[in-house]
Design a protein around this ligand. Structure first.
Ligand code: G6P
Length: 580
């Protein structure tokens, strides 16, 4: 949520860094994109600040047309997902007080208290501005930039990834991390601080992830890291594994389409790379805890795990679990599922469980993320970088990973399943036609029974996220307890009906919709006369959910395209939700 990049030229290098910042912001745009900005110091230590509402492209054009007569030597950039304060230039980062400019990810919970304690009048409506105000204030009290920054950070409550620069001490770049990721990179000419390794791809071969409470001070051609007690520490240097292939669309129109196309291969790769770090059969029950699409992967796994192993599975939404004082059992394994590994609710829910001394397992896609680092047992899914804001291929790898925890590999016909997923992808013409029919529906109701029920939730989530058409998923048997009241000729029902033990019952529910003039698309098996349908190859209770998932992802994608929407950056959403 929000992206940060900061660049410092080594030895006061002569390179202009504005392009480096803009290009990194373009790579970070998926983290939040309602407004953006850049602040930098030129070679006579004057601050220049350009901020803009809308996409990075707009900022880039404004920066290009900005009459820069001196090179930028140190600078910071930010792409915002608004929390405090409406989307406006005034609220866009970087914030500047006197000669101090800062960019911030996260939420400063005590910004009001601090503002009144230090007599600060904020110019913007944001919580973040208090940071530049405090640094400037402490510098007036004769502290230097580094001391003022450290003092400021020690007063903050909440979460942050912060970078800061200062006119009076132009050869220093400082950063701090708590609850929001921040990583350091470097090249021959420059040192970088960024919220995400993707920002550093093509800039730095290595990345150093800051840990909770760390502060980094970059000066004299090197970086020095201090822990939360301001003691100098060394942090591990890792390879930056984000490749150019990860961040290109491979000739397709959108990242989301590329990522749906990768789903069959992600299934195979997850299968090949799976290694089980823990025997889940020794636990009395399991808790699967996550948000969004990852939560639906957990719901799907509940059907499989309880059916195959008889182990009780509780599936929990992280934001509820962390606050509701749940009854926890020490003989349970607590499994946290997250694509990004940074979702704050999932991370904090996990910390609650760790504090109580219970076993945790994380299933995470992003290497070195907070959730994977802090859990006891860990599994990295192998979906590859996911850039489209709406999660697609990560769901496939999460679901298969959860299944592999209880089912022997030889019982999963991955190649057959991947082939069936591919045949769905090959039917793009069908989905394009279908999109024309459903795009103007008032509501789209997805329904299924058994493992098709979590896929109906995933289908509805994807549809509403990227098309803004109101959509809901429901167990097919539940429609007559409420959702059927919605049915009329403006409503489409997407019936997930593979040829499984529920098939006939699901089709009966479809008939109830038809009897009330609703329109139907069946995805699965068979065809209802005068209604739309798409057949999928039956790959059984294990395979069908994967194939149906690819189908609902394709349907959402083509519907959003038919409405001319930006599928990769849907309004109001962000990829990695690091604020509550
Ligand atoms: C956001 C994303 C969703 C994602 C959810 C959970 O809402 O837009 O696509 O499913 O966060 O994210 P996580 O990274 O924890 O899986």
């Amino acid at each position: 949520m929000c992206g940060i990049i900061a660049v410092l030229n080594k030895d006061n290098g002569a390179n202009d860094i504005t392009n480096v910042i803009i290009e990194a912001l373009e790579r970070l745009e998926y983290r939040g994109y309602d407004s953006s900005g850049i602040a930098y110091l030129d070679s006579i230590n004057k601050t220049h600040r350009i901020r803009s509402v809308g996409r990075i492209e707009k900022l880039s054009n404004e920066v290009k047309s900005y009459a820069l007569d001196k090179k930028a030597i140190v600078g910071i950039g930010h792409t915002r997902w608004a929390t405090h304060g409406v989307v406006s230039v005034k609220n866009a980062h970087p914030h500047k007080t006197d000669g101090i400019s800062i960019a911030h990810n996260g939420i400063i919970e005590n910004y009001k208290e601090l503002s009144s304690q230090f007599n600060i009048n904020l110019e913007s409506d944001t919580d973040s501005e208090v940071i530049s105000q405090l640094i400037a204030k402490f510098m007036e009290d004769d502290l230097n930039f580094e001391e003022s920054f450290k003092k400021t950070v020690s007063l903050l409550r909440g979460t942050y990834g912060i970078v800061a620069i200062c006119e009076e001490e132009p050869n220093i770049l400082i950063g701090a991390k708590k609850g929001s990721p921040l990583a350091i990179g470097y090249s021959v000419d420059q040192i970088y601080i960024a919220s995400d390794a993707i920002a550093l791809s093509s800039l730095s071969e290595n990345v150093i992830y800051l840990q909770e409470g760390d502060i980094v001070v970059c000066k004299n051609n090197k970086y020095t890291i201090y822990d939360k007690d301001f003691k100098e520490v060394a942090r591990e240097i890792t390879n930056n594994i984000v490749s150019m292939k990860d961040i290109t669309k491979c000739g397709l129109e959108d990242y989301m389409l590329k990522e749906i196309h990768e789903e069959p291969n992600v299934l195979l790769k997850t299968f090949e790379n799976f290694e089980n770090p823990v025997d889940i059969k020794k636990y009395k029950s399991l808790y699967l805890i996550a948000c969004g699409t990852s939560h639906y992967a957990g719901l799907l796994a509940k059907y499989w795990i309880e059916d195959i192993s008889g182990i009780l599975v509780n599936v929990e939404i992280a934001s509820e679990f962390r606050y509701r004082n749940p009854v926890l059992d020490k003989d349970s394994l607590y499994i946290f599922i997250s694509q990004s590994g940074e979702t704050i609710d999932t991370l904090c829910a996990m910390r609650n469980v760790i504090d109580r001394g219970f076993d945790t397992l994380s299933i995470v896609n992003v290497e070195n993320s907070s959730i994977i680092r802090e859990s006891k047992y860990k599994i990295r899914t192998h979906a590859g970088m996911e850039i489209g804001v709406a999660s697609t291929k990560a769901f496939i790898s999460q679901a298969l990973t959860l299944l592999l925890l209880i089912l022997e590999k030889n019982k999963i016909p991955t190649h057959k399943i991947a082939e069936s997923m591919q045949s769905v992808i090959d039917m793009s013409d069908f989905f394009e036609d279908m999109a024309q029919k459903i795009r103007n529906s008032r509501t789209i109701i997805y329904m299924g029974r058994g493992t098709s029920y979590p896929i109906s939730l995933e289908g509805a989530l994807k549809m509403k996220e990227i098309t803004y058409v109101s959509s809901e998923g429901c167990p097919a048997g539940e429609i007559k307890h409420g959702p059927i009241a919605l049915i009329d000729t403006d409503v489409y029902a997407v019936i997930l009906a593979p040829h499984d033990r529920y098939y006939e019952k699901t089709i009966s529910n479809a008939q109830e919709i038809i009897a009330r003039n609703g329109r139907i698309l069946t995805i699965g098996s068979g065809r209802i006369q005068n209604h739309d349908s798409i057949e999928i190859n039956n790959t059984g209770d294990i395979g069908n959910p994967f194939v149906l998932t690819t189908a609902v992802h394709m349907l959402a994608y083509y519907t959003a395209k038919s409405k001319g929407l930006d599928v990769d950056k849907p309004r109001n959403l962000a990829k990695s939700v690091t604020v509550e």
